[in-house]
Design a binder for this molecule. Structure first.
Ligand code: FE2
Length: 321
């Protein structure tokens, strides 16, 4: 149920949106019991540091190479959009607490003054101050405690640069339509519009989100754990040719070994597949199913022809009866 009003406000449980333009404070528009919404997350988010970090890595390829070397499997700075016209036209820096711990001290020190320290401070504060209360809110909505399934804080930090200088600079495809796989995602924007939510009552109809709103979106894992009581918001990012847009995103998913089925005590409100109800899928397997498709969309992994399809179709087939 991803209803979104004409001004972009979300009115349901698949999306919390924080209006950050009123009286320099945040007003939760709906569905939220988050603590202390008075803090101005928009002002607090470090877009100057994010811009500095991207620009530094673009202009210092040795630092970019050394940073990506901590995660050789897929790298940290993703720039497929410099050569691929059909993929999402964005660049990303993908970090996590585990990956940050792997950055050599000398590189951490050298990047600290080029935005990395402010970015990591931001995500660490966000994690401490907001993640527990969002999990509590989702628990109330679902009718079962989400906290034990998130004991390790399985998180990823992503910085996005919807940069006008890509292989398809006139493309509007900043990020293709998709639903996030995890429990929830917090999206901070730099004030530039582009994020859109699909109207669940009118699939294919997209509602723009205010450019300076901070949004919490729920994902597929929340759908499953809640027995369908929480829904997930399909979303996309549309680019504006010649306009740069930055965002900072925190993803949180259940712990990797958590079995993805409705939490104990929950009676599903929609039938799930036998695969889900038998407990055959854990977070790690689910992420692998999802990951191949999102990496294809982002241009970071090739797929065989017969494998190409939307990740949401794939997940729907997997989880629903
Ligand atoms: Fe997303």
């Amino acid at each position: 149920m991803a209803e979104a009003g004409p001004a972009g406000e979300c009115i349901e449980v698949s999306c919390f949106q924080y209006q950050s333009r009123t009286n320099n404070s945040l007003t939760p528009l709906a569905g939220s019991q988050l603590e202390d919404p008075s803090r101005n997350l928009f002002r607090w988010s470090p877009f100057s540091a994010i811009r500095t970090l991207f620009d530094h890595l673009y202009s210092h390829p040795d630092d970019a190479t050394n940073l990506s070397a901590i995660y050789p499997h897929r790298g940290i700075l993703k720039t497929a959009a410099t050569i691929k016209t059909s993929s999402d036209q964005k660049f990303t820096i993908d970090l996590s607490p585990k990956r940050v711990a792997l950055i050599p001290v000398s590189l951490q020190q050298s990047l600290a003054g080029h935005g990395l320290k402010d970015v990591l401070d931001f995500f660490n504060t966000l994690t401490t101050e907001y993640v527990p209360s969002i999990l509590s809110t989702l628990s109330i909505i679902a009718g079962a405690d989400f906290t034990p399934a998130h004991s390790t804080y399985n998180m990823n930090f992503r910085l996005c640069d919807y940069n006008p200088v890509t292989a398809a600079s006139g493309s509007l495809n900043g990020c293709g339509a998709h639903t996030d796989y995890g429990t929830f995602t917090i999206i901070f924007q730099d004030g530039t519009p582009g994020l859109e939510l699909e109207d669940a009552n009118a699939p294919g109809s997209w509602v723009p989100v205010l450019g300076d709103a901070t949004v919490v979106l729920t994902g597929w894992c929340a759908v499953i754990l809640s027995g369908g009581r929480i829904t997930a918001a399909r979303h996309r990012v549309r680019g504006t040719p010649g306009v740069r847009r930055l965002s900072a995103v925190l993803f949180i998913a259940p712990d990797l070994d958590v079995t993805l089925r409705p939490l104990g005590g929950i009676q599903p409100i929609r039938p799930f597949s036998e695969t889900v109800m038998r407990g055959d899928i854990d977070t790690e397997v689910f992420k692998e199913v999802m990951g191949k498709r999102w990496r294809y969309r982002e241009g970071n992994e090739e797929m065989e022809g017969h494998e190409v399809g939307t990740q949401d179709d794939e997940i729907a087939k997997l989880i629903w009866a």
